[in-house]
Design a protein around this ligand. Structure first.
Ligand SMILES: [Cu+2]
Length: 251
């Protein structure tokens, strides 16, 4: 075996491992469907993180395995000591600077995505919906500005497609977390304060709502659903709920 051969073999194997790792990140759908504009941003960030971290992971593992393979102790070398190396300033500067730059880039990009997801999109109407978490269910409050009449409280979450929804979240007892996986959004729901997030649904359908913070024995049953419907259907649903609520009050 020529001197170069192990190195060439290692580089080829590392390149194949990198290609497979990145391909797995893209080919397999690790996440549920994307149902909000925020979901697209978050998933793009995820893919950038995969692109950056797979080659670095492979590089580190490759250097370890290559060293074990090429520089391991051979029979008869039991009493030998390694060469007395004190350090290598140039190498240390390089392996500090490059990871620092990569990290800085990823952190900046994450900040941009988070900032983008939190800010109010221009030109899109926004409605406010209250979310109340309690052991062990969610309820939703539709204020007068949404219903056009009396405020409505419901155990169902309907939101119109095309609007941005600003959720005001409160808890009646312990800390919960209001998580809509299809929107890629989650925020803690904390007694005593109101927390918020903003979702811009861009896909019709019904998606799970999950409490994602262990809140007691019934935590795993603390699930609900969000129905993203066309605006006309949203108005019709509101109307039916309002008349049901008023006839219940009258009765
Ligand atoms: Cu909970």
């Amino acid at each position: 075996m020529s001197k170069q051969r192990p190195l060439v073999l290692t580089i080829v194997a590392a390149s194949i491992a990198t290609a497979i790792g990145i391909a797995l990140g893209y080919v397999i759908h690790w996440f549920p469907v994307q149902a909000s504009t925020q979901a697209h941003n978050t998933d793009r960030l995820y893919h950038v993180l995969i692109d950056a971290s797979v080659p670095i992971f492979v590089l580190v593992v490759t250097v370890v395995l290559y060293s074990v393979w090429q520089f391991r102790m051979k029979p008869g070398e039991e009493l030998k000591d390694g060469p007395p190396i004190h350090g290598n300033t140039r190498l240390e500067v390089i392996w500090t600077t490059i990871p620092a730059l990569i990290l800085l880039g990823l952190v900046s990009y994450s900040f941009v995505v988070l900032n983008d997801n939190e800010k109010k999109p221009s030109g899109v109407p926004e409605i406010q919906i209250g979310v109340t978490g309690q052991q062990f269910f969610w309820s939703y409050q539709y204020p007068s500005s949404v219903t056009g009449g009396a405020p409505l409280s419901s155990d169902q979450l309907y939101i119109p497609m095309g609007d941005t929804v600003y959720f005001n979240m409160r808890s009646k007892d312990v800390i919960h977390a209001f998580w809509i996986p299809a929107f890629r959004l989650q925020e803690d729901v904390v007694p005593g304060i109101t927390t918020h997030y903003r979702a811009t649904p861009d896909r019709l359908g019904t998606y799970p709502v999950v409490c994602n913070l262990l809140c007691g024995l019934g935590h795993s049953t603390m699930r609900s659903a969000v129905h993203v419907v066309p605006p006309a259907q949203f108005q019709a649903w509101l109307k039916s709920q309002m008349s049901a609520a008023s006839s219940a009050t009258a009765g």
